[in-house]
Design a protein around this ligand. Sequence first.
Ligand SMILES: C[S@@+](CC[C@H](N)C(=O)[O-])C[C@H]1O[C@@H](n2cnc3c(N)ncnc32)[C@H](O)[C@@H]1O
Length: 203
Amino acid sequence: MSEKEIEPGLLPLNYYVNDSVFDSFFPEQIKKISKVHWTPLAIAKKAASFLAPVPGSRILDIGSGIGKFCIAAAHFFPDSEFHGVEQRKDLFNLAIEAQQRSEVNNVQFLHGNFTELSLEYYDSIYFYNAFAENMIDVARIDESIDYSPGLYAYYSNYLCKALENKASGTRLVTYHGYEHEIPIGYKMVEQDIRKPLKMWIKE
Ligand SMILES: C[S@@+](CC[C@H](N)C(=O)[O-])C[C@H]1O[C@@H](n2cnc3c(N)ncnc32)[C@H](O)[C@@H]1O
C-alpha cells in the first residue's frame, strides 16, 4: 500500500474540513492547482446546503474535475444525490479513485461533455465557472484540450438555454461565475461577495 492509500474507515479526521489534507491524496500537479480550480471544502458545504434543501435532492456539478465538490457535498448531505460530469478522462479517473477512498456512496461521476447530458433529472445545478478556460489570459488546468472564445460562447449559450428550460424552483449555485451567463428568470437570493458565491432560484 502506498503512503497515501488508505483503508476504508481510516480517513483522517479533518479530511472534509482541511483542504490541504483532502488535496494531499492527489498527484502533485493536481494539488498545485487546487486553489484556482477545485472548490474549497467550506464552499462545497455552503453551496450544498442551498442546493440540497430536502432529502432526496438531485444535484449536478457541471465540470466536476477531480470530484472535490461532489464528494464533499455528498459527505455533508448524505440523503441527497450528487452527480458530476467531466470532459477530461484523467480528471474523471481521479474523481473515481477519490470516491473509492472517501466514505460516500451518494455520488456518481460521468465522463463526457455536459452537452451530452440532459439536465432534466436534476433539481439543482452547481457551476464553478467551468468554461472560463476558453477565454484568453486565464489560468488553465492543462493544454490537453482545444480552447477558443467560440467554445466559451457555445457552452455558455447551451447552458443558458438548458437552465431556461428548467422548472420553477430549480436551484443554482455559481462560484466565480459571470452574471450574464445566468438566464432571466433566475433570482439571486443570497451571495457572498468575498468568496464569490451566488445562490439562485428559478422563479
Ligand atoms: C473550475 S473546474 C471545477 C471542478 C469542480 N466542479 C470543483 O468545483 O471542484 C471546471 C471543470 O470543468 C470541466 N469542463 C469544462 N468544460 C466542460 C464541458 N463542456 N463539459 C464537461 N466538463 C467541462 C473542466 O475540465 C474542469 O475540470
